[in-house]
Design a protein around this ligand. Structure first.
Ligand code: NDP
Length: 483
């Protein structure tokens, strides 16, 4: 176990066992009351200071992310910008979203004053993935902290130093109060955190691991937020700006070498424009550079076993009649994968139904937008989606019919850059939300306090009520609501 006191570039520590996780949770719990006592204003100051420090030392963080994930400099820079953007919003808006607010007591209870407030849960465990090792954890970590909780973060075993850097920089601005602790190690450390005495787990990772997380949390009835995988679809309508749609599709499918939970993996293009759209996508994707050089657009595939998944899906699709419009199995040269565009892939092929997590884009043609919606929704996942049409009104109508947590019209992944927008999915993509007001409330318990202002003339909730009280009440309710 390492804590926020360790130097930013400490080497990854050995696998944490349960005792270390328990020690981290207990250390986090011991400082939680002091952190809560700072109030919204004090925590806002600390979190804004953290944001400023991250930005001042962003080159350091970019280098660290690149060293651990192999992503391109621009992908790492974008990640840091997004992390800071969300952190700043969370710090600034926690008091408004979580602070006490007056609520109407309603006609029958008009003699009460009511306030509803959001109290911290205590210690929140955050389990993060490797693909965005700064941006992803900063969402739940900052929301939990802003609400008055302290946090134990378990980063992916592939990106422990990024997690440690975040904790170390936060400790610099909290005057020695260590509100973010880090436990490093593999899945066993994650499981130990789920079984530890934490008050909530925020998990981001694959849907398969999410099931294990929930099972481990069940023992203590620890609540969970699950941000799982995705198989995001784009719908291209007949009237779409094809140039814009193709540009967006290539970026969303290939950024971070396709290793993005809300990355684009499927396109449903209406027949009349499908060929032109495919031409534009192919032209743009073919121009992308792969490697670790300064000009590279796509870095490496981080998990070696993912290369096998990508290869198997591509081969399976081709053997079942799909067309390789760009690249193919030969595009896979470990640890890199050059962009692959497949067309006319059978809807039950793994390349359509399972998360690929690589720079592979499936483009299938449909007869209508209605068919596109049906196919997009025929997935166990439901994370993000996008719609391209010149008719923005109809685009919003299509978006509303999509079974996805977030939908962008005439853009892709736009929601991820909007800190006030809740982020999360449905089905195998998980439940609960990070980011925005919903993400802030996620790490709190709602508390209502009612306080009687005066004794009412009619008192139904007493054994000493008068004989006429209940008939009067019944008449009143019938008059008010009985029509
Ligand atoms: P994994 O599910 O493999 O791992 C996620 C985290 O869980 C890691 O820290 C991992 O540790 C840990 N872990 C592994 N086993 C257990 C366990 N039994 N109990 C508790 N924790 C455990 O996901 P990846 O890191 O490979 O990330 C990629 C996946 O994450 C993709 O499916 C992607 O779609 C999804 N994702 C979802 C996002 C969303 O917001 N919905 C955002 C980003 C990614 P270790 O790595 O050390 O094994």
């Amino acid at each position: 176990m390492t804590t926020a006191a360790d130097p930013p570039h400490a080497a990854p520590t050995a696998t944490s066992g349960t005792p270390d996780v328990a020690a981290a949770v207990s250390a986090a719990r011991s400082v939680q009351p002091a952190w809560d006592a700072l109030g919204f204003a004090g925590r806002r100051k600390a979190l804004q200071g953290w944001c400023a420090l991250i930005l001042r030392r962003s080159d350091e963080l970019v280098d660290l992310i690149r060293a651990e994930t192999g992503k391109t400099a621009d992908d790492a820079r974008l990640e840091v910008i997004l992390a800071a953007h969300h952190l700043r919003w969370t710090a600034a808006h926690a008091a408004r979203v979580l602070g006490p607010r007056r609520v109407s007591a309603g006609l029958l209870m008009f003699h009460h004053a009511v306030t509803v407030a959001h109290r911290p849960l205590g210690v929140v465990g955050v389990i993060g993935p490797w693909n965005y090792p700064a941006f992803i954890p900063v969402g739940p970590v900052s929301a939990a902290l802003a609400g008055g909780n302290t946090v134990v973060l378990k980063p992916s075993e592939l990106t422990p130093r990024t997690g440690e850097w975040l904790a170390a920089t936060l400790a610099e601005v909290t005057g020695g109060i260590r509100v973010l602790h880090v436990v490093t190690g593999d899945g066993t450390a994650g499981e130990a955190l789920c079984r530890a005495a934490v008050d909530k787990i925020s998990f981001t990772g694959s849907s398969a691991t999410a099931r294990r997380v929930m099972a481990a949390c069940a023992d203590r009835l620890t609540p969970v937020v699950i941000e799982g995988g995705g198989k995001d679809a784009m719908i291209v309508a007949a009237d779409a700006d094809l140039d814009a749609a193709a540009d967006a599709a290539v970026w969303a499918a290939m950024t971070n070498a396709g290793q993005t939970c809300v990355g684009l993996e499927r396109v449903y293009a209406v027949d009349t424009v499908a060929d032109r759209f495919l031409d534009l996508v192919t032209e743009r994707a073919a121009a992308l550079r792969v490697g670790d050089g300064p000009d590279a657009d796509l870095g490496r595939i981080v998990l070696p076993r993912q290369l096998d998944v990508i290869a198997a899906q591509v081969r399976d699709a081709l053997s079942r009649g799909a067309r390789a419009v760009l690249g193919g199995p030969q595009s896979i040269t470990p640890p890199y994968v050059a962009p692959i565009v497949l067309a006319d892939v059978p809807e039950d092929a793994a390349a359509v139904t399972e998360e690929t997590f690589g720079p592979v884009l499936v483009v299938n043609r449909v007869t209508s937008v209605a068919e596109a919606v049906e196919r997009a929704n025929a997935s166990d996942y439901g994370l993000g989606a996008s719609v391209f049409t010149r008719d923005r009104g109809s685009g919003r109508g299509v978006a509303a019919r999509l079974r996805a947590g977030m939908v962008s019209v005439n853009a892709v992944i736009a929601f991820a850059g909007m800190p006030a927008v809740p982020f999360g999915g449905v089905g195998d993509s998980g439940f609960g939300r990070v980011h925005g007001p919903d993400g802030l409330r996620e790490f709190t318990r709602t508390q209502a306090i009612t306080s009687q202002r005066f004794r009412p003339p009619v008192q139904p909730t007493s054994f000493r009520r008068r004989p006429g009280t209940m008939p009067t009440l019944v008449r009143l309710v019938r008059t008010l609501y009985g029509r």
